[in-house]
Each structure stands twice: as structure tokens, then as C-alpha cells.
Design a protein around this ligand. Structure first.
Ligand code: KDG
Ligand code: MG
Length: 402
């Protein structure tokens, strides 16, 4: 069996997605997601112009060899564009391998380690009352873990506070909107958010929070300490992690669990964080961290150091990535939790899938391969639309992480 064709499909059913469809000479096909939110066309070009021509004739079962060929062969290693492109190929080949053997991908990477994949949902609101209502809705749907994000009093808008109930804040067409940020106001507010949620819901539900890279190590340590009494499941991305050693300072001062990694592209982005046990959860995903082949290496390294996995699962990665994440989550021993934001009905219609939600868990299904398809005719009705998430400035106008 050989790869006979591959094509890149860019569509926007609610938001932009880049999908690679790989075909073999016996008619088996597989899908990979290559979406890098806000930079989608760069990956589409990388794939179309530089990867697809190299794939024709490849052995679709040789996932490790193809991964190394694309990674080492390019000479220019790592980075989100390169790694998302390699990921799309890798995941599509795993999909083909599963279909060719008639088994779901999780059977090829260890088999089932658990009954289902525990997920967390996103409860957000403009103020504390709205967040409480949103948490209650998630609990009614059976969720056992909920991320809390709320508008910060005194700030006009805060990225991460979704505009709807179930579907995450979509990017906006045109230039990015600009938000204003005050770390002081935020630090004053977040302990009150957790205090209110614990008063309303007690300690049964897991509560999570995403600081989205906006703090310094000292600020993160301060916040982690203040949150300890509310026993958060985690504090996510408190500090940008390019300087991995900066987490030593955070770790020294707080026992609040730390989750990092949605922007990681490679095992080298978290090698020190993991081996020094500076984090508790690694949020790397199949799409931005080089596919299943590479993410399995991250998971196995993490297992040695008591770090658990928690794949990124926002709506700006497609159901192809969600399907791949669930195959991974059900199999790896050191799985922690899976983010689940729910795609819009338009997105779900373009990407029909076997995975399904039930009582706080996602289940990957037992279809051969990944268990996800793309309706290309429907996808054509949603052409690409240039869109961006907001950028952020401090109150004095200085550009800040958003
Ligand atoms: O494209 C950026 C989003 O994927 C990210 O901001 C979502 O922080 C996020 C999360 O935890 O899912
Ligand atoms: Mg995040």
C-alpha cells in the first residue's frame, strides 16, 4: 500500500480549519488537522507546496520514518507551522493504519486504559453571578470538572471569557480587536471568583482556571498561594514558558497544580519542565506538537516524572484533533483530563464523528482509524475568512500577552 494522493482543505464552518486528506492506492484515506489559529494559510501552504509532493509513494504504515523524514529532512526544525504540518501527515497516516487493520487507533497505541475520557467544560461570564449560572449548567449536563473564567471588574473585556454559553469565543474577522489589562485588578479578583464558586458548589466539582500567560513568576506564585485553600484542579499557563527555569520560582512557593503546554510544539519545549517536576499537567496537543507519534513521546517522558496529560481541546482545533486526542487519552496510562469546548453544530456537520459525550466523559467510539470524516461538499460552502483573536495591552498601552 502506498500514498497516492493528498490534498489540503481549508474551510470556515464557524471558524477556520485546515485539514489534510491523504489517500492510498487501495482507496483507504485518512485525515489530519493542521489548524494554527490566526495563521492557517501558512500551514496550508507549507503542506501544499512542500509536503504533499514528498508524500506521494510513501508507505502509510511507516509513521515513525515519515515523521523523521519530514522533521529532519526539512533541516528547519520545530515551530508551530512546521509541527502542525508534520502532525497533519502523522495523524492521517495513523488514521489510515487503523482503517487498514480494521481497528480504532487506540488499539495501536496501547489499547484501552480507562472506560472514558473525563473532560472539563468552560464556564464563563461577565460577572460572578453569570459564572455561577454557567457552572450550574455544566453540572446539570454531568460535567465533573469546569474551568472558571470571568470578566475582571474594571476591565472592559478579558480574553477567555466566552461570548456564548456552550461555544467558545470565536475569532473576529478583520484586524484583531485590542483589550486592556491590569494584573493588579485580575489578581485581586481571581481568589474571589474561586471563593464564590466553592461557596456555591462545594468541593466535589473540579475547578480550573487559565491565566493565559499574563503573569510574572512572582505574580503566579502569589496567585497560586491565594488559591490553595480552594483546591483548584489547576492553574493553567500562569507565566509564558519559553524560559522553563522560571517555573522553579512558581513551584517553590505554591502547591497549586500547574498546567502548561497548549503552545508547545516539541518535547524540547517541556523537557526541563517535566524532568524537574515543575508542572503537573502537560497540555500539548496532537496538532501543535507533531502528531500522535511525537505526543506519545511527550506522554512517556511525562509518565516517568508523575506529570499527567491534558490535551488542548479548544474550538480552534478541528474535530479531527479532538478524535485523535480521544484515541490518545483513552490509551495513555498517565492521562489527566481532556479539555472539551464543544464545536458549533456547523463545525460538527462538516466533520461527522464517532466520538460522543456522556455524563462528564467523552468516548472515542470503536470505528476503525480515528472515527472522523469530512463532508467536502459542505465544507465548500464555508470559505476561509481571515480572523484573529484579540491582542492585549496594559493600561498604559504596552503590548502584553493575551
Ligand atoms: O488559539 C488560542 C486558543 O486555542 C487558546 O487561547 C484557548 O487558552 C485556551 C485554552 O485553554 O483552550
Ligand atoms: Mg489555555
Amino acid at each position: 500500500m502506498r500514498v497516492s494522493d493528498a490534498r489540503v482543505i481549508v474551510c470556515s464552518p464557524g471558524r477556520n480549519f485546515v485539514t489534510l486528506r491523504v489517500e492510498t492506492d487501495d482507496g483507504t484515506w485518512g485525515l489530519g488537522d493542521a489548524t494554527v489559529n490566526g495563521r492557517e494559510l501558512a500551514v496550508a501552504s507549507y503542506l501544499r507546496d512542500h509536503v504533499v509532493p514528498l508524500l506521494i509513494g510513501a508507505d502509510p504504515f511507516a509513521t515513525e520514518d515519515t515523521w523523521q523524514y519530514l522533521y529532519k529532512g526539512a533541516y528547519w526544525r520545530r515551530g508551530p507551522v512546521t509541527m502542525a504540518a508534520i502532525a497533519a501527515v502523522d495523524v492521517a497516516l495513523w488514521d489510515i493504519k487503523g482503517k487498514a487493520l480494521g481497528v480504532p487507533v487506540h488499539q495501536l497505541i496501547g489499547g484501552r486504559s480507562r472506560e472514558g475520557v473525563t473532560v472539563y467544560g468552560h464556564a464563563s461570564g461577565g460577572d460572578l453571578d453569570e459564572v455561577v449560572q454557567a457552572v450550574a449548567r455544566y453540572l446539570d449536563m454531568g460535567y465533573r470538572a469546569v474551568r472558571l473564567q470571568a470578566g475582571v471588574p474594571g476591565l472592559a473585556g478579558t480574553y477567555g471569557v466566552g461570548r456564548g454559553d456552550l461555544y467558545y469565543e470565536p475569532a473576529s474577522p478583520g484586524r484583531p480587536t485590542e483589550e486592556r489589562w491590569s494584573t493588579e485588578r485580575y489578581l485581586d479578583f481571581v481568589p474571589r471568583l474561586f471563593d464564590r464558586a466553592r461557596q456555591e458548589f462545594g468541593f466535589e466539582v473540579h475547578l480550573l482556571h487559565d491565566a493565559h500567560h499574563r503573569l510574572s513568576p512572582t505574580e503566579a506564585a502569589w496567585l497560586g498561594q491565594r488559591l490553595e485553600r480552594y483546591r483548584p484542579f489547576w492553574l493553567e499557563d500562569p507565566v509564558p514558558a519559553e524560559l522553563q527555569s522560571s517555573y522553579r520560582h512558581v513551584r517553590r512557593h505554591t502547591t497549586t497544580p500547574i498546567a502548561l503546554g497548549e503552545v508547545f510544539n516539541s518535547i524540547h519545549d517541556c523537557e526541563q519542565l517535566i524532568s524537574e517536576q515543575l508542572i503537573d499537567y502537560v497540555r500539548a496537543s496532537t496538532v501543535h506538537t507533531g502528531g500522535l507519534t511525537h505526543l506519545l513521546k511527550v506522554a512517556h517522558l511525562a509518565e516517568l516524572y508523575h506529570v499527567r496529560t491534558a490535551c488542548h481541546g479548544p474550538t480552534d482545533v478541528s474535530p479531527v484533533t479532538m478524535a485523535a486526542a480521544l484515541q490518545f487519552d483513552i490509551a495513555v496510562h498517565n492521562f489527566g483530563i481532556q479539555e472539551y469546548m464543544r464545536h458549533t453544530p456547523e463545525t460538527d456537520a462538516v466533520f461527522p464523528h464517532a466520538y460522543h459525550y456522556d455524563d462528564g466523559m467523552l468516548h472515542p467510539g470503536d470505528e476503525p482509524g480515528l472515527g472522523v470524516d469530512i463532508d467536502e461538499q459542505l465544507a465548500e460552502q464555508y470559505p476561509y475568512e481571515r480572523s484573529y483573536l484579540p491582542v492585549n495591552r496594559l493600561l498604559d498601552g504596552t503590548v502584553h500577552s493575551w
